[in-house]
Design a protein around this ligand. Sequence first.
Ligand code: SAH
Length: 395
Amino acid sequence: MGTTIQINEEAVKSIRKGNFLIYKTYFRPETYHVNEGELLTFQDEQGRFVGRGYYGQQNIGHGWVLTKDVQTQINEVFFTNALQEAFNDRKVIREDEQTSAFRLFNGEGDGIGGLTIDVYAEYCVVTFYSKGIYAFKSEIIHALQKVVAPVGIYEKKRFATDGKYEGEDDFVIGERGEFPMLVQENGMHFAVNLNDGPMTGIFLDQRDVRKKIRDEYAYEKDVLNLFSYTGAFSVAAALGGAKQTTSVDLANRSRAKTEEQFLVNGFPVENERIIVMDVFKYFSYALKKDLSYDLVVIDPPSFARSKKKTFSVANDYKGLLQEAIAITRSGGTIVASTNAANVPMNKFKRFVEQAFKAENSTFTIEEEFGLPDDFKTTNAYVEGSYLKVLFIRKH
Ligand code: SAH
């Protein structure tokens, strides 16, 4: 069953080291025409077994090796064992009474690239990153029912297509949830909807950053949250005693969603400012009105196209920082975040240096964050550690 593929010495070494992403160069013309979900067996040039995986198109590669053990078959037992191991690994966060939303299974970090599973209280969301891994849906769902036994399961199909979202109704099995549904994170409340497109209302990978803001950076501060989405950072700041928060996002939906997050945390929304506007327009507005802030959070998407221009982290982050520096009070802090996998931390820090230099200002980096522990990664595939967050004090 499946296709056997001979790979060169370099590819063998890479797999042996644990980099399980399958690259296009692993295929020859005669082996390239494999199907999504097809099992692949890799051999070295002498015909010896190297690993076994599946074919699945993602924008980063062509599938994932799942095992280096010739005895291991890819079946429901395999998925159950992988999920059980991930479940055991999350013991601390599972037993944390203040947190009910977290990542249970993080792709290649937990041994299965192209698949993530998040827990939202009694529910789970399974994200499939290719048609290839989706071919194993029934094995994965059965395994999840066995290991976690959630009340209900939702799915996200994030296949490499033209960027359009594939799911209309993401419900899979169990009981349907009632949305908005409340989850907790370090005692903060967040309203989520697991059946409303690709996003749920909260990005779970920023948990440690929200906590830091609430516990150490928000008290009595004027806070500006840029690219605020549902305002999760604003809520964290308000809970930490911020004087006022201002949330800015281009999307119309962000106003109602942000109001909702404040309400479920017991804050009257009238005290907080929620602005539906392009961030770049807001900079000009703030300068004109002489507005400045003690804490500015910047968390843009890695790529965005608005009516007039496209934003990419690689080309535009430095400019974004410069504009933010101009409206940050001296002694204040900029929380700069990016999830662009193509911008590693050293490059990100270079943007910071260049931006402060251009603004004739100096700075100290006070905190550095990557992914939290539940977003388990592997050293063999560093691109998996996509999140970079810096807390930068402006002198
Ligand atoms: N910081 C958020 C997540 C941001 S997601 C959180 O912690 O939950 C990125 C957001 O940027 C989206 O909500 C999108 O609507 C918004 N966005 C994209 N381009 C924008 C622009 N030019 N101005 C303002 N918001 C923008």
